[in-house]
Design a protein around this ligand. Sequence first.
Ligand code: F6P
Length: 546
Amino acid sequence: MPTTDNGRAADAWRRLGSAPRPPALRELFATDPARAGRYRFECADLVVDLSKNWIDDSVLDALVSLAEASNVEQRRSAMFAGEGINTTEGRSVLHVALRAPATAVIEVDGRDVILEVQSVLRRMAAFADAVRSGRHLGSTGKPIRTVVNIGIGGSDLGPSMAYEALRAFADGPSCRFVSNVDAADVMSALDGLDPATTLFVVSSKTFTTVETLTNARTAREWVVSSLGGDEAAVARHFVAVSTNRPAVEAFGIDADNMFEFWDWVGGRFSLDSAIGLSLMIAIGPDRFEELLGGMAAVDDHFLSTPLRQNVPVLMALVGVWYRNVCGLPAKAVLPYAHELRRFPAYLQQLDMESNGKSVRLDGSAVARDTAPVIWGEPGTNGQHAFFQLLHQGTTVVPVDFIGFARANAGPAHHQDLLVANLFAQAEALAFGRTADEVRAEGVAADTVAHRVFAGNRPSTMVLAERLTPSVLGQLVALYEHIVFTQGVLWDINSFDQWGVELGKVLAQRIVGELSSSPRSGAAHESAPHDASTAALIDWYRSHRSE
Ligand code: F6P
């Protein structure tokens, strides 16, 4: 597999580092009337305006040269061909196979994965239709009214984000999502539900995740005890989504009630696998297919568009420019759509779990910074919270704005106000307000400095006509490919997540010490902790409820 660890890439990084920084956005726009049009791109139904970024043609040329020298195209082909690019786990990375046309052929270990994908999709659709139409009944013969997805990380964030995003298209049973091991989460999800009309979808790629199994056991006890101790009820009220059939069976869910996916689907890339089952039940198989179609359209764009017009590649490159050359440590993603309120949280896992890495593919330390800190909230709420820092703080945070021409519901004037705010924020960030402009408004001299907006704060605008299943799929695939491309440029493995393991191991050890006696000292001798952790454990043991 070609790596980025080559002389050409090193040269391209050097050239990028010495590329002249463009002047401020005010000047760029003043001197180049064609700028807005030149840096406006299309990707499936998405319109992407990159013009308010710190770029000009020479910066873009240097960035595209870096992508070429880093073998982005070859690595992209390797991913789509099913090569084992997740080297530390010895796996292919084939979330793109989940939405590939049924006629495609992608082989892993001599098996055509597309056939398996299509077969699971058909099973999902048949089950979703049965639940939606009332043919799949609960154990007492009542139809299912609520689906509760139990999962965490990629087994929660994708379906829960998408369910909120596509509420306008959800005409099936309503969905709730339980992820946190904090009992408050499962208790509030169960609150007001009738077990006779509730279906639990236990979603876990590994089926070993403590949070998910703990919540699933609590839910199972709730179902069985509420339905008169009827263990047989589990078969009508629980299905599993996993890659781990033996663990599903060991948990007590029949393999017939399991929807499969594969180790070549990363958890954070799994919305379009069987992990999307709850969503499919809510919106129906046809709408789910539209979501997959939107993803496939962006896959096509990513695969076939020259790098200089390739939107995921360009957005990845602009991100690398900020992170590695301009030294900006964060990025905000601000959807101006209330339905996308979980999108920033979804992207946090997608981006930071993928690219929050410090070693390269060959195990050597990375030479440059990797994933930025990703955060965000929907507009306009964020404007009344942290936008102060975006406009006048000392840290420049590049922003991805996302907006739509038409709302899925409600009076049109709300959308006009929402979009006016969206465009106004990008304009204010880019162009600011000078001291002369402030003074010209008659502001008292001693407050002028406080009311100056330096401007030159970069942003990207991603627009679409309406937030449909297809457009949501396009947005998800867009960011997946941005993450992939940046991972290639940084020469890291975007598809493992060893950094989450140590905390899990320590928690397993500590949990046994929280309730066991004797209370102090002795327990820590067998499992030594630092003095701070030992004191915290002691504090908890003396305060916990018995
Ligand atoms: O702990 C991190 C993680 O492994 C994520 O990568 C994953 O999405 C999440 O846990 C849930 O894992 P699973 O689907 O196996 O329960």
